[in-house]
Structure formats: C-alpha cells, structure tokens
Design a protein around this ligand. Structure first.
Ligand code: FAD
Length: 278
C-alpha cells in the first residue's frame, strides 16, 4: 500500500529535530525508516510530518564514559555489531545487534530507532533490560536519564514524549560477568519467535542473573521470578521453570502462545548455561 500524505523536514541537529517536532501534532522522527515506513505503508502510522534525523551525525558514536559505554541513538546496527570497544567491554549488545534481520536492515536500522519503536519482538530491548542500561532522552527542557526498566511503558509505547528524542544509550562494562543471547526464529533473518538475554555473576555457580525476554508479552520483559530464584540459590533447572511467570506471549503464524511459554524455558536454560560458562 501507499502511505497517507505527509510533509517532510530534514533536521540538522538534535535541537533542530526537537523544534520541528514541537511545530506540528503527530510529527514523527525518521531514523533508518525500517520500522516506521512499513508501518506507514499499511497505515498503522499516519504522521503529519516526518522529521528526518538520519543526517544528524552528532548522534552516531560509540565511546567509553566511566563505567559505561555510551552509544549514540543514530548508531546503525552494523556499527554496533562490529565495534571493537563493545566487543571488549559489552559484547552482549554487539552480538545481539549482529543477529538483527539481514545486512540491509543492519546497515540502515539504528539502535535508537529500534528502542524507541518499542516492539516487544525486537532484539535490543530485551538486551538493554538485562543490562540495566540507561537511556538519555532530550526535550526542549534538556536531557533526562531513564532506566531501561522504566523505558518500555506499553505496546509500542516508550518513555520518549512526542516532542522528545532519544539521544544516547548507556550500557555497563560487563567486567567478569557472563552473558548470552539465545534467539530462535523459524528462518534465518526472521524476527525472534522468542529470545532470551542473560547477564550473570558467578561465585562458583551463578549467584545473580538478569534475564530479558523478547516476544513474550506486550512489552519486552524481565523474568523477575526466575532471577529471584537464582539469587535465593535455586539451580538453573529449577529457576527456568519460573521464566513464564508474568508473561503473556502472543499466538501468531510463527508460534502459539503455549509453544512460546515452553520455548522461553528451553532458551532460558541455554542462555543461563552459556552465560555461566562464558
Ligand atoms: P525508524 O523506522 O526510523 O523509526 C522507528 C520508530 O522510532 C519511529 O516511531 C520513529 O519516530 C522512532 N524513532 C527513531 N529514532 C528515534 C530517536 N532517536 N528518538 C526517538 N524516537 C525515534 N529488528 C530486530 O530487532 N530484529 C530483527 O530480526 C529485525 N528484522 C527486521 C527485518 C526486516 C525485513 C526489517 C525491515 C526490519 C527488521 N527489524 C528487526 C527492525 C530493524 O531493527 C529496525 O531498524 C528498527 O526496529 C528501527 O530502527 P530504525 O532506525 O529503522 O527506526
């Protein structure tokens, strides 16, 4: 289908984009366009104006900042996947970025677009949840920092306001923590049927785990009950039985809700075992 008519503006900076967003109701930022344009074509999205931020190069970077690695929101998946600093300090995020779609998608899509879109089937949301990352959101009043746990507010809804822009994602250096992201999809390059991200601390066995879930509900989720069981000394085998608690996975062409519930325990076990051994 053809999108409904819209105006088009090119932003020269983050501040310019914020000003343009404030000028019209229903304005939307355009980054890589790999989620927004398909939504417009089927008229799920009908913005009155697109504010193109693709040329705002100040928002494309990956750099060390104290205990964190700061990633500009316009950094493309391909650059996240192949960045040496991330490989050394937070390989989970680069590994997951390398599993997104196909090379064309990874060369256009941006980390900020993926997170701001708030799709529970996308890979990076569950990863930043498991990492307890922070997101920097800029509006006319300046910057505010939102913890990943408060960023995804509903189905395709995030903490980014209508006249705000996500500018930076801050992921922690992992140090000695183990990590894994296990994604199952029906065909190579497909979206995840289900995926599980794990970050673990070890003291002989796993002493603490953060578990992020992809495509297990209306938002990306943390498997809190399983995490608490591990903190209380439960084995991986016992803890993963609790992963489905609090989830409401969809039924669709790829899998039924029941199958996703089962998959989450199988992939959760693989993710925790791999994280423990890494
Ligand atoms: P856009 O489409 O430009 O924008 C998406 C939304 O975010 C829009 O509402 C836009 O206004 C908003 N937005 C964009 N940037 C910002 C910002 N800085 N601040 C605030 N709001 C912003 N993703 C996966 O995770 N896994 C996959 O396996 C996968 N497979 C794909 C396969 C195909 C064929 C396609 C087309 C896409 C696939 N994707 C997948 C989605 C891909 O990762 C997109 O790149 C990503 O979801 C959106 O990023 P974008 O830069 O294209 O954002």
């Amino acid at each position: 289908m053809i999108p409904a008519a819209f105006d088009y503006e090119v932003a020269e900076s983050a501040e310019h984009a914020i000003a343009l967003l404030g000028e019209k109701e229903d304005a939307k930022l355009l980054a890589g366009g790999h989620s927004l344009l398909p939504a417009m074509r089927i008229r799920l999205a009908r913005p009155s104006v697109l504010v193109d931020i693709a040329r705002v190069s100040e928002l494309s970077y990956i750099r060390e900042d104290g205990d964190a690695i700061a990633i500009g929101a316009l950094t493309r998946h391909q650059d996240v996947a192949h960045n040496v600093l991330l490989h050394a300090q937070c390989p989970l995020v680069s590994y997951a970025a390398g599993l997104i779609g196909d090379p064309q998608v990874r060369h256009r899509g941006t980390i900020g677009g993926s997170l701001a879109h708030g799709d529970p089937a996308s890979d990076l949301p569950a990863v930043i949840l498991a990492l307890d990352a922070e997101l920097v959101v800029r509006g006319a009043g300046g910057d505010r920092t939102v913890p990943a746990s408060e960023f995804f507010t509903g189905v395709f809804q995030t903490a980014v306001g209508p006249a705000e822009i996500l500018t930076e994602i801050r992921v922690p250096k992992l140090g000695s923590a183990g990590w894994s992201y296990v994604k199952l999809s029906r065909r190579a390059q497909d979206w995840a049927t289900v995926a599980v991200a794990a970050v673990v601390e070890r003291n002989g066995s796993i002493s603490k785990a953060a578990i992020g879930l992809t495509n297990m509900g209306g938002t990306p989720l943390r498997a809190r009950a399983a995490e608490e069981a591990i903190a209380g000394g439960a084995s991986i085998e016992d803890a993963v039985k609790l992963i489905p608690q609090g989830t409401s996975p969809p039924s669709d062409q790829a899998a039924s809700s029941d199958f996703r519930l089962h998959l989450s325990t199988v992939l959760g076990r693989r993710a925790l075992e791999e994280a423990a051994s890494r």
